[in-house]
Each structure stands twice: as C-alpha cells, then as structure tokens.
Ligand binder design. Structure first.
Ligand code: KIV
Length: 271
C-alpha cells in the first residue's frame, strides 16, 4: 500500500521513511492559497514555495530579483492552505550568501513570519556552514545542486550541468557535504540521469529531481509548467498534465464575447 494514503502530515522523517520504502516523493511548486489547497487536497507530499515565483508570478527573466519579503508573502498564502504536505520555502538570492548569520536570520524570518516547515538554499560546500547554523537553530534544510538558477550569470546558460567528469565528481562530493551538514533532502536540477542515480545511491537522504532522470527518490516540477500555463518553455524533462493556457484563454474569449453581446448576465444570473 502507498504511504500516500496512510500519513496524516508529511514531515522530514516521513520523507526519509519513503526513501527507505522505495516510495517516490511527489513535489510541486506553489505560490498562492488557491493552488496550494488543490495540490494539498490531491495528496502532494511537498510544496515548494520556489523563488521561481520571480519568473512565473512576477514576470522577471531570472530568480534573482525576488526579495525575502516577497517570498514570505507567497509562503504565508501557501501555508494557510495546506493540511498534509510539507511546505519548503526557498531562501532568495542575496538573503544567505553573505555569511551564516545572515542565512540564519533569513531562515528564521521565513519560519516565524510564514509558518513554513523547512527552507531550501542553493549550493554545495560554500554554503555548508550556513546550513549547519540554520539546522542548529532547529530549521530543516533542503539543498539544491546541479543547475542552480541563482547562479545563472556564472553559468551563462540554462543547459544541462555536470556532463563533464570533473563537474560530475564535484557534484557527488557536494551532495555528500550537504548530507554531512544535515540536509534532510537534496534537489538535483538538470543533470544527466546516470549522475542523478549515482547521487541518490551515494546519500541516505532523499534526492528529488527536476530533469535528473527517473532513478532518484522523487520528482519536482514548477506548477505553471506541469499545468501547461507556460507555453514557451519545453525542456525535455517536462511532462505537461494539462493545457491550462488554452483552457483559460478559451474561457476568457468566451466571457468577453458574452459580455459584449449582452448574453451575460442572463435573466437567471441577476437579482
Ligand atoms: O524555485 C524553484 O521552482 C525551484 C525548483 C525548480 C526546484 O527551485
């Protein structure tokens, strides 16, 4: 039987147990109350209030501009909606890279002001001290390796990471560093499937992939991509489960027509 039906509230311990049972972990991004409620009702294991909000909610080209205050606002809305899933919130660019004290303060603000259950941050050994300090304050931390969008100007491109042996080896080392630092899980973004599998086999904590192949412990997608709201983003790893762009646009065109033709509201739709 799937753990999906048995558990009341997903915790970091549940995720660890799911890995031990080979039960795959489902994760989506969410940024607002209404969508978070639907995902939680559907039984999602983890909702990530991702800094991808900078792209899909605010329309920025990168994740860099979003602020800690804006992340807290999105996180508050998501936390209010859920009863079962674990809510993880991204520390945005510039809120943790300075030093471990800054990282801890940002994590505490997210936990205190949004009521989040855990935070996520990008990077390997360079953020290990910050991770340890945040965890020592009682805040669970999820790591993020591979394509880390906050470093897009260093990479120069959103292409697949760690294809070369040296970068792949460094990534495995960093995964071990994150595990050692106390992370409860790691997101791996856009790396070769074989490397995803190697990382998942090398660490005991759950590894959740986005474009990291099928041999990791779970999958995450950005909700706008999964639901087909974004039309112009079609990486190989993306499977669309709906075509909401066309559905919403079609409904809107119908509404406009009905308003213009005075068909809406009809007799029954007025007082
Ligand atoms: O911000 C985000 O949406 C993410 C996912 C791509 C994992 O970090």
């Amino acid at each position: 039987m799937s753990v999906h039906n048995e558990i009341k509230r997903v915790t970091t311990h549940t995720l660890q147990w799911m890995k031990s049972q080979n039960e795959k972990i489902s994760m989506l991004t969410a940024y607002d109350f209404s969508m978070a409620k639907i995902f939680d009702d559907a039984g999602i294991d983890i909702l990530l209030v991702g800094d991808s909000a900078s792209n899909v909610m605010a329309g920025h080209e990168t994740t860099l501009p979003i602020t800690l205050e804006q992340m807290i606002y999105h996180a508050q809305s998501v936390v209010r909606a859920v009863h079962r899933c674990l809510v993880v919130v991204d520390l945005p660019f510039g809120s943790y890279q300075g030093n471990s004290k800054e990282a801890l303060n940002s994590a505490i603000r997210i936990m205190k002001e949004a009521g989040a259950h855990a935070i996520k941050l990008e990077g390997g050994e360079e953020v290990a001290d910050s991770i340890k300090r945040i965890i020592s304050a009682g805040v669970p931390v999820m790591g993020h390796l591979g394509l880390t969008p906050q470093s897009i100007y260093k990479f120069g491109t959103y292409a697949v990471r760690a294809k070369a042996e040296e970068e792949a080896e460094q990534l495995v080392k960093n995964a071990l560093v994150l595990e050692e630092a106390g992370c409860f899980a790691i997101v791996l973004e856009k790396i070769p499937a074989k490397l995803g599998q190697k990382v998942a086999e090398s660490v005991k904590i759950p590894v959740i992939g986005i474009g990291a192949g099928g041999q990791v412990d779970g999958q995450v997608l950005v909700m706008h991509d999964m639901l087909g709201i974004t039309k112009d983003f079609s990486p190989r790893f993306l499977r669309r489960y709906a075509d909401l762009y066309d559905a919403i646009k079609g409904a809107t065109v119908n509404y406009i027509e009905d308003v213009k033709s005075n068909d809406f509201p009809n007799e029954k739709e007025q007082y």
